[in-house]
Write a protein that binds this ligand. Structure first.
Ligand code: R5P
Length: 294
């Protein structure tokens, strides 16, 4: 077996390779001036290869994965596993008008055609319950970051109020509350556009304890920023945020901090200054469990 890593996920893949005691090689990628991608793999590949790459900023990454998966098959690799801690295109899960591409389904099927196994963490599944419904593979494996986030928060706080900024975040915030024994609330959100959201906080006393906003991802950062603004307006003195996936597009990080989020934490699904919660243990356990099945 061999781990093949892309440069944007190299340090995380190295930690995973160490845990699994597997060799690692880096995929060679070049971007031509016109936007096309060139990829090259080591020519001597083993029977089983694990590609590691998070799929934020996904369009060129998907093409590069396609090129690499097809090349690996041509080189004789029998089993291809994709470890993509952040999985892209999961949000558009229905056609809200005729002609809209249900990208969750199409990208899911593309990945199922290219790979034998796909492992991801906290994918954004809203109207479906299981990842296999989007990626039709026996090994479409959806892991949770909640245990490592709970452990992290317990080291930081004796007690805190956890706030989910919208109904979709309830699944994560409720689980975290159960694991930590902290209390939780869930706000209501309406998204008006890419960078415009409105939020309503439930009635609660936000003044006497640290508040941690919990979400699966921060993209433009507007959700976290709006929640932080409202919390401060309600008298919260200490506001922090933790997300699984810190996509941090454009000015997201500045907007979140200016809204009064004192500390921002995330997993290392995407490499960032905030990404201090490591996923290699969770990923390694999942790979071992998957390999033990056969
Ligand atoms: C949406 O339902 C997600 O759970 C996040 O709340 C959302 O993607 C965050 O986006 P943004 O950072 O752009 O507000």
């Amino acid at each position: 077996m061999l781990i093949l890593a892309f440069s944007d996920y190299l340090s995380q893949a190295q930690r995973l390779a160490t845990r699994l005691e597997l060799p690692l090689a880096e995929v060679e990628v070049h971007h031509f001036p016109d936007g096309e991608s060139f990829t090259a793999l080591p020519p001597d590949l083993p029977k089983h290869v694990l590609f590691c790459r998070s799929l934020n900023q996904p369009n060129s990454k998907l093409i590069e994965l396609l090129l690499c998966a097809k090349t690996a098959r041509e080189l004789g690799t029998k089993r291809l596993t994709l470890i993509a801690p952040y999985l892209c295109y999961m949000r558009q899960d229905f056609a809200n008008r005729p002609g809209v591409a249900v990208s969750q389904r199409h990208i899911g099927r593309l990945l199922a055609e290219l790979f034998d196994d796909v492992i991801t963490v906290d994918p954004h599944l809203h109207r479906i319950g299981r990842l296999q419904q989007a990626i039709p593979l026996d090994h479409a494996i959806s892991l949770n970051a909640t245990a490592v986030i709970a452990e992290f928060l317990e080291q930081k706080f004796d007690h805190a109020l956890l706030l989910g900024p919208d109904s979709e975040s309830r699944q994560w915030v409720a689980t975290l509350a159960e694991m930590t024994g902290f209390t939780f609330q869930v706000a209501e959100k309406v998204r008006l556009g890419d960078t415009e959201v409105t939020l309503t906080l439930p009635e609660a006393d936000y003044r006497k304890q640290p508040v941690v906003i919990v979400d699966d991802m921060a993209s433009t950062g507007r959700t976290l920023a709006k929640a932080a603004e409202l919390l401060h307006a309600k008298g919260a003195e200490e506001v922090h945020a933790v997300v699984t996936h810190a996509l941090f597009c454009g000015d997201a990080e500045r907007v979140i901090r200016e809204a009064g989020v004192q500390t921002l934490w995330s997993t290392d699904s995407i490499d960032h200054s905030a990404s201090c919660i490591k996923l290699d243990g969770v990923l390694a356990d999942a790979v071992k469990a998957m390999l033990n099945e056969h």
